[in-house]
Structure formats: C-alpha cells, structure tokens
Ligand binder design. Structure first.
Ligand code: SAM
Length: 346
C-alpha cells in the first residue's frame, strides 16, 4: 500500500475482521466493543492497536480522539449485531432508538473514512423483503458513498467451514469489486488432523505431529506452543450417546429411545471430516468432533474459523467459545482486505 491505511473496527469483538485486514497490511488503530474479555483478546493479538471498551451508544468523538489522536481514518469496518434486524427474533418494525446500525453511521460521521464496510448475517438481504438492506444502503448513499453488497461464502475463500456473511461496502469514488473466490475447498480433516487428541478436560500444549498439509502449515506458521486446546468434561452418558453417531450423522442415527434426549433439531450432530465444517456457533455444544466423543476445543473451533494458532483467546472458556463463534473468519476478511488494498491503490 502507498501509505499505511488506518482502520477503526466497530463492534470489534476479539478482532476476527481486524485480524484479516491486519494480515494484508492495514494498520488497525482502534477496536470498539463493550465485551471486556473480547477486548483482552483483541489487545493481546493486535499489539499496536488501541481498544475502547464501552457501549457504542455512549462513545463520543472525545473518547475516540483520546485513543487515536488526530490520526486520519481511511477505513471503518464493523458488524453491528442484528438488533432490530433479527431474523430469528420477532419481526417487529425497525426501531431507530434501538438500532445499532445508526450507531455505526454516527461513528462514520465522526471519522469520515474513504471506505466504510459492514458485515452481517446473510438473512439481512431478504429481511422485510429487502427493505432492511435498502435502508442500510441508503444510509451509505446519504453520506456520498457508492455502495455494493454481496453474500460471501467462507468456504470459497479457504475457510474450512460453511459460513455465509453479507458484506456491504461503501466507497467514496468508484464502485468496489468483491474478491473472486479461490475455489480451494479445505475439509475439516485437513483443518484438524494435526491437533492432538484430548481426554475430558485435558490441556495439551504440545503439537505431536508435523503439519501435514498447506492449511496446517499456514495455521502453525508462527506458533510453536498450542494454546486454547482444552478438552470438555462430558458425562459418561453424553460420551456413550455421541459414540453411536457416525460422521455427518445426528440424533436420527440413534436408537429410537435416545433420539429425544436433546430437544433441538441439530441435536447430537457429528461433524463430517471430509467436508468443510457446519457453521460454528458461540458454544451451544450440539456439534461434536468428527472422530472424538467430545465437542471441538476452542483451538479446533478457531482453526475452523481460520484463526491461526498464534491468535490466543483470553477469558473464561465460555467466553472464548463466544468470541470465536462471533468472529468473521480472518481468511475471509483477508480476501476482502486484499481486494480493498487493490481498490485503494487504484
Ligand atoms: C458479531 S460480534 C463481532 C465480531 C467481530 N467483528 C469479529 O470479527 O471478531 C458483535 C459484537 O458486538 C458487540 N456489541 C453488541 N452491542 C454493543 C454495544 N451496544 N456497544 C458496543 N459493542 C456492542 C458485542 O460485544 C460483540 O462483540
């Protein structure tokens, strides 16, 4: 990049989005979020960045200035929670008093970046017959941005996971072109096979094999010690039930009398190692490891999200699962960032 481009990340969480942008040379000045554990993880992994740990509704221009001084901000990125736009909650009207989207634009108005990017769940595009997305795009246009959107599939960008995100990009100037997919599918086996076996709540900090493929080499490039690879202490009953489910199977593969032991439609799902993983969540414990009788560790979940092994998650285990599950996969973010770099360089 001609000059180092400065980025502010809103609703930054642990920094999956930031991490991808940083990997292609963006300078992450600041993350803003109200989650204290996520802020620790973010700062630990982005040593040159600042964090504003605060409810965004209370963030003022002065707060931001105190953190980054008068530095120019070229790009604002962020994924406001789908509050007011939720597809799973009640489909009530969008309440402007409640919309974190408007908070996103309030900060954009303070920082006036050349480029402003929002990512979110793909359901946003069809919500209220597309009216929710239209209203967001109008907010960009009102501020003079040319705006485009696309639903990106993480597995098409080297992430071993089926995960779709909508990305909306506003640019001052010519339209942004989304990155082309690289079509190299990474399976769950390719993502996880070098990580040591875990019993119950065992903590394993040493790799016991060499990386066996390109993905594993990439993940381990800067890491000699394993972090966040901790087992889960399931009951004997849970271990016995999941042992009856084959790879790619679920509660339907269980004997009839065990099928109703968990009352959710994704109950007792065992991931299939020959495909990319199903979308990981924030730690509901219904998706089990493809060949061990336990849920994936935080490190395995991070691998599924394409966080490299040197990215360390802090906070309680519950919080670590939440941070990983909430994040934008860094490799997906990296592809968008890399394309943006080309755009910025003309
Ligand atoms: C989907 S996560 C963002 C993940 C992040 N983009 C990443 O890639 O790691 C949404 C974040 O919004 C934050 N959040 C929700 N409401 C907030 C508010 N009122 N003020 C600040 N942050 C908020 C949550 O703490 C959460 O970390």
């Amino acid at each position: 990049m001609k000059n180092n481009m400065n980025v502010v990340d809103l609703f930054a969480g642990c920094g999956g989005l930031s991490n991808g942008f940083e990997k292609v040379g963006f300078n992450i000045l600041l993350g803003i979020d109200s989650d204290a554990d996520a802020s620790k993880t973010f700062l630990h992994n982005h040593k040159n960045s600042k964090y504003l740990l605060k409810d965004i509704r209370e963030v003022t221009q002065k707060d931001i200035k105190e953190k980054i001084g008068n530095k120019r901000v070229d790009v604002v990125i962020g994924g406001p929670p789908c509050q007011g736009f939720s597809i799973s909650g009640k489909r009530a009207f969008i309440d402007p008093r409640n919309s974190l989207y408007l908070e996103y634009f309030r900060i954009v108005d303070i920082l006036k970046p050349k480029v402003s990017i929002i990512e979110n769940v793909p359901g946003l595009s069809s919500l209220y017959d597309g009216k929710a997305l239209d209203s967001i795009k109008n907010e960009f246009r009102k501020r003079g941005y040319t705006v485009v959107h696309k639903i990106l599939k993480a597995d098409e960008y080297g992430v071993p996971q089926i995960r779709k995100r909508i990305v909306i990009v506003g640019t001052k100037g010519k339209e942004f072109q989304f990155p082309k997919s690289n079509n190299k599918v990474v399976t769950l086996a390719e993502a996880l096979s070098d990580l040591p076996k875990l019993n119950s709540d065992e903590v394993v900090e040493k790799y016991n094999t060499k990386p066996t493929n390109k993905y594993q080499k990439l993940m381990r490039q800067k890491s000699t010690i394993l972090h966040n690879h901790v087992g889960t202490n399931h009951s004997e009953k849970t271990k016995k039930i999941i042992s009856l489910v084959p790879e790619g199977g679920n509660y339907k593969n269980l004997p009839k009398h065990l099928q109703g032991t968990r009352k959710v439609n994704i109950a007792w799902t065992r991931l299939n190692s020959s495909k990319p993983s199903l979308t990981i969540d924030t730690g509901h414990r219904h998706h089990f490891h493809p060949w061990e009788n336990r849920v994936p560790s935080v490190r395995e979940s991070a691998r599924i999200q394409s966080f490299s092994d040197d990215f360390i998650f802090l906070g309680s285990k519950t919080s670590q699962y939440r941070q990983v599950g909430n994040a934008v996969p860094p490799l997906l973010a990296k592809s968008v960032g890399s394309q943006l770099k080309r755009w910025l360089n003309g």
